[in-house]
Design a protein around this ligand. Structure first.
Ligand SMILES: Cc1cc2nc3c(=O)[nH]c(=O)nc-3n(C[C@H](O)[C@H](O)[C@H](O)COP(=O)(O)OP(=O)(O)OC[C@H]3O[C@@H](n4cnc5c(N)ncnc54)[C@H](O)[C@@H]3O)c2cc1C
Length: 514
C-alpha cells in the first residue's frame, strides 16, 4: 500500500503553543522531508501570560536537547517545588501542594493512612511536616533532587516559573535554526476542500499558504478549529465559574520563593509568580460575582512591588473543544481548550498534545482511528485536570461570599463525586491510568482543605501505637534535617546560573513523580 507522507505542516500562531509545536516538530521531523512553516501576527500578539509550569516541562526540554541552565537564564526562570494555597478551605488556612511525596509507605500502605490514625488518636501534626518539598519550600530552600530511591532527596521533583514570552523567543531561535520558516502576517481567510478539510490560509497581503496538516495555535479565537471547522466547544463554566483574569507584572520585592502562590479571594483567587527579574501577578475571578474594576483594585492593592505594566483583563470560558483534532487540523494550546491556571496545567496540555501528535503522526490520508485515539487521550487529560480543579472550589467551608456559597453547593461531575466518596469513607485515593495528578496531589488538596475521612485503612493497625509514634517522629526529624541541608533558593539560583551543566532527569512523561 502506498502511504503518502505529510510534506507540509502549517502552524498558525506563534505564542507558547505555536513555538513549542514548531520546535518539537522541527526536532522530530528533522531531515524527514517535511517542511514546517509558522505564521504569526505581531499586530495581534499573544495572550501574554502563562508563567508557572509543571515538572513535565523538564522532560520536554530534555527531549529537544535543551540545556536546562541555558533555558533558566534565557527565560529568567526560578525553581518551583509546588503551589501554596491560602484561604481555600477556609479563611486563614494555608497548605502547599508539593511536587512530591508525604512520608513513606509502611507495609505497602500509604503514609497518609498512618497520619489519619494519628489524627484520630489526637496526636496529629500537620501532614506537611512529613513532606520534604513542603518543608523545604516553606523555608525557601531548594536543591536538585537526586535519583537514588533510598534517599529522602529523591522524594520530590521540581518545575519552573518562566517568562513565557522569552521561552517562545528562545524556541523560535531553536526552531529557525532547525529550518522552520516563520511568516509574519495576519490570516484573513481559510480555504477548505469539498469534505471540509483545510487546504490553505490566506494572509492580509493576499499570499496563500497551503499545507497537508494544519496546527491551530491561534489562541482563544480558534481560527481554524472553530471559525473554519465549527468543531464546537464543551462549556464547563458551571463547574469552573471563573471566566476572567486581570494580570499585571511588578518589580521584584522580597525573596524569590520556590513556589507559586494561589490566594483565594472573594470571587476567585490571586496568583503570585516570582521570576528572576520581576513578579507575575494576577487575579482570576467570576464576572457574575465581581466586576472588572473591583477585580483590578484588589489585584493592584495587593501587589508589593511597583507595577511595570498596566493591568490587562482577559476573558475565557472553561472547557475544551469537542474534538482537538478535526479533519486535517489539530488544535494545540488555547485553541484546544482552557482550564484556569490554578494548577499551572496549560503548558503541560500543550506539551502532551505535541507528544501524542508525534506518536500518532499521520500520513496524508489522516486515518480516522489515529484522530479518534488522539481525541480520546486528550479528553482524558482534560477530564483529570477538570475534576482536580473543581475539588479546590467545591471542598471549601467558606460561606463569606455568594461566590463561595455557589461553589460549595454546586453539583459536581459524578467521577469526582465517586473519588470524594471513597476518600471520605476511608482515605482511599482512586487510582487511574493516564492524565495528571498522582495520589500525593489528591492528598494535598483533600487534607489541605479539611476533607477528612470517616475511617482509615484497617491495615495500619498492624503496627503498635509505640511503633507508630516512633516512626512518625523519625520521619518528621528526617524531613527537618534534610530541609536544613538544602541551600536557600536565592543562593542556589545565583550559584547555579553560573553552571551550564545539570544531571539528566529520569522522570518519565507518563508516570513516576510529577
Ligand atoms: C489568565 C491566564 C493565566 C495563565 N497562567 C498560566 C500558567 O501559569 N501556566 C500555564 O501553563 N499556562 C497558563 N496560562 C495558559 C497559557 O497562557 C497558554 O496556554 C499559553 O500562553 C499558550 O497560548 P497560545 O499559544 O495557545 O495562544 P496565544 O498566546 O494567544 O497565541 C496565539 C498566536 O496566534 C496568533 N494569531 C492569532 N490570530 C491570528 C491571525 N489571524 N493571523 C496570524 N496569527 C494569528 C497570535 O499572533 C499569536 O501568535 C494562562 C492563561 C491565562 C488566560
Amino acid at each position: 500500500m502506498v502511504q503518502e507522507k505529510i510534506e507540509k505542516v502549517l502552524i498558525v500562531g506563534g505564542g507558547t503553543s505555536g513555538w513549542m509545536t514548531a520546535a518539537a516538530l522541527a526536532h522530530f521531523l528533522k531531515n524527514k522531508g517535511c517542511a514546517i512553516t509558522l505564521v504569526e501576527s505581531e499586530a495581534i500578539g499573544t495572550v501574554g501570560v502563562g508563567e508557572a509550569t509543571l515538572p513535565h516541562l523538564r522532560f520536554f526540554n530534555q527531549t529537544l536537547g535543551i540545556n536546562e541552565a541555558e533555558f533558566m537564564a534565557a527565560t529568567n526562570a526560578t525553581y518551583k517545588m509546588g503551589i501554596e494555597f491560602s484561604n481555600w478551605g477556609q479563611l486563614g488556612d494555608a497548605y502547599i501542594h508539593p511536587f512530591g511525596e508525604y512520608g513513606k509507605e509502611i507495609n505497602s500502605v500509604a503514609f497518609h493512612q498512618y497520619w489519619l490514625r494519628q489524627n484520630y488518636r489526637g496526636r496529629s501534626k500537620s501532614i506537611d511536616k512529613y513532606s520534604l518539598p513542603v518543608v523545604a519550600a516553606a523555608q525557601q530552600r531548594f536543591m536538585f533532587p537526586i535519583n537514588d530511591e533510598r534517599s529522602i532527596f529523591s522524594t520530590y521533583s521540581y518545575a519552573f516559573h518562566i517568562d513565557a514570552g522569552l521561552y517562545a523567543s528562545y524556541l523560535r531561535r531553536y526552531s529557525e535554526n532547525l529550518g522552520v520558516t516563520r511568516i509574519e502576517g495576519k490570516v484573513v481567510a481559510v480555504m477548505q476542500g469539498d469534505s471540509g478539510e483545510i487546504q490553505s490560509v490566506q494572509l492580509e497581503n493576499g499570499e496563500k499558504i497551503d499545507g497537508d496538516l494544519f496546527i491551530d495555535c491561534s489562541g482563544f479565537r480558534g481560527l481554524l478549529i472553530e471559525q473554519a471547522l465549527k468543531t464546537g466547544y464543551e462549556n464547563w463554566s458551571h463547574w469552573l465559574p471563573c471566566n476572567k483574569a486581570v494580570a499585571a507584572p511588578s518589580e521584584l520585592n522580597g525573596p524569590l520563593l520556590p513556589y507559586t502562590k494561589a490566594i483565594a479571594q472573594k470571587a476567585g483567587w490571586r496568583w503570585r509568580i516570582p521570576l528572576q527579574q520581576r513578579t507575575g501577578n494576577g487575579h482570576v475571578y467570576c464576572s457574575d460575582f465581581m466586576n472588572d474594576q473591583d477585580a483590578c483594585d484588589i489585584l493592584v492593592s495587593s501587589i508589593e512591588g511597583k507595577l511595570i505594566a498596566d493591568p490587562k483583563v482577559l476573558q475565557f470560558t472553561a472547557g475544551k473543544r469537542k474534538k482537538a483534532w478535526n479533519k486535517n487540523c489539530v488544535a494545540i494550546g488555547l485553541s484546544g481548550g482552557f482550564l484556569e491556571p490554578l494548577e499551572s496545567t496549560s503548558i503541560y496540555l500543550i506539551q502532551i498534545a505535541i507528544m501524542k501528535l508525534m506518536e500518532l503522526f499521520p500520513d496524508k490520508s489522516i486515518d480516522s482511528a489515529l484522530v479518534n485515539e488522539f481525541n480520546r487521550l486528550m479528553d482524558i487529560e482534560y477530564l483529570r485536570i477538570r475534576d482536580f480543579l473543581i475539588l479546590h472550589y467545591y471542598a471549601t467551608k467558606r460561606n463569606d461570599t455568594a461566590f463561595w456559597d455557589y461553589c460549595r453547593n454546586m453539583p459536581i461531575p459524578h467521577e469526582l463525586e465517586h473519588k470524594m466518596a471513597l476518600f471520605r469513607e476511608r482515605g482511599y485515593v482512586v487510582e487511574y491510568q493516564g492524565g495528571l495528578f498522582l495520589e500525593p496531589s489528591w492528598i494535598a488538596v483533600y487534607l489541605g482543605q479539611g476533607v477528612l475521612p470517616n475511617k482509615f485503612d484497617p491495615r495500619v493497625n498492624w503496627i503498635s501505637d509505640q511503633q507508630l509514634d516512633k516512626t512518625m517522629f523519625e520521619i518528621e526529624a528526617l524531613v527537618e534535617r534534610a530541609a536544613m541541608q538544602m541551600p536557600m533558593h536565592d543562593q542556589f539560583l545565583v550559584q547555579h546560573r553560573a553552571s551550564l551543566e545539570r544531571p539528566k532527569s529520569t522522570m518519565s512523561l507518563y508516570g513516576g513523580r510529577q
